[in-house]
Write a protein that binds this ligand. Sequence first.
Ligand code: NAP
Length: 313
Amino acid sequence: MAKLLYPTSLPLDVQSLEGFSVALHPYDVTVPIPDEHTDAEFLVTWANAAGNLKDAAQRLKKLRWIQSLAAGPNDVLNAGFDTSRIIVTTGSGLHDGPVAEHTLGLLLNAARRFNEMTEYQLRGKWPGHLGGSFPRSDFTTLRGSNVLIWGYGNIAKELTSFLVPLGAKVRGIARTAGVRNGVEVLSDDKLPEVLPETDALVMILPGHPSTNDALNAEKLKLLPKHAWVVNVGRGTSVDEDALADALEKGDIGGAALDVFKTEPLPESSRLWKTPNLIISPHAAGGRPEGCEELIAHNLRRILASQPLKNVIN
Ligand SMILES: NC(=O)c1ccc[n+]([C@@H]2O[C@H](COP(=O)([O-])OP(=O)(O)OC[C@H]3O[C@@H](n4cnc5c(N)ncnc54)[C@H](OP(=O)(O)O)[C@@H]3O)[C@@H](O)[C@H]2O)c1
């Protein structure tokens, strides 16, 4: 009977996975897979130590399918698995609600400057410039603001469902243009046209060579001075030095980053001292929802030799 290894790094309702002709075994993601389980054909991953994955890539010779519960399984892709033979499926869709909620929080913070209020409070100072009858900035509310979401996939759609009722005007950028859930989605060659009209740019791009430093100095220059940048995708998609330069020169209004090129962010990083920057410690996701349904769906399909959901392409 084929063997599926599931991680103990998150609570899973394993009973709901029973009934397939598969033996289910828990494993510890922080240490190498025990010898008796190196014959596993299916592996579910979540928050695995780099050493565990690297070791599994060498020793799990019969592996046919890896179901990552992360939306962006860069850890699995960088571990050395033979992906010409092994199907890798992502956890895209499991994080939509949590990441969209966190992003909404960062956007509200950008418009309302709660972080700046806290800084003043800690110094016993009244942040008068943030209150009064007429706050002086071009981005003080989501109502009527232009929000551009670069990487218009599952999380973006959920975020849009939060933003539209608040009165924001949402547009997206993706590889293919079109209308998705009633939102205009453009291809990235349209960025020079839309960036100058953007109040908040939300980056939700996957980590991939094609997205490396997507937001660079040239693109940052196109944003209005009051615009905020929020990144909840992958740190590799933002040129961090160019962003820090833009913030230091006051070329953009602010930024909120949940993801970084190196995590945890090194103590030596200039970002710690960059003005108008909110640092969020990769806290947007981390709470996958509906894992059992996705695992069961793909398990049923691989056992029936049918195409799986969320295959990396
Ligand atoms: N901060 C966190 O805690 C957290 C949690 C979960 C996920 N994430 C990150 O968020 C990313 C997106 O997740 P998702 O579930 O929304 O993924 P998704 O549904 O696959 O959406 C990704 C979107 O990015 C677009 N895209 C991909 N490459 C592109 C490129 N080179 N140029 C322009 N657009 C490009 C895709 O365009 P098409 O639709 O045209 O293909 C798609 O719209 C994940 O890959 C992960 O890295 C972060």
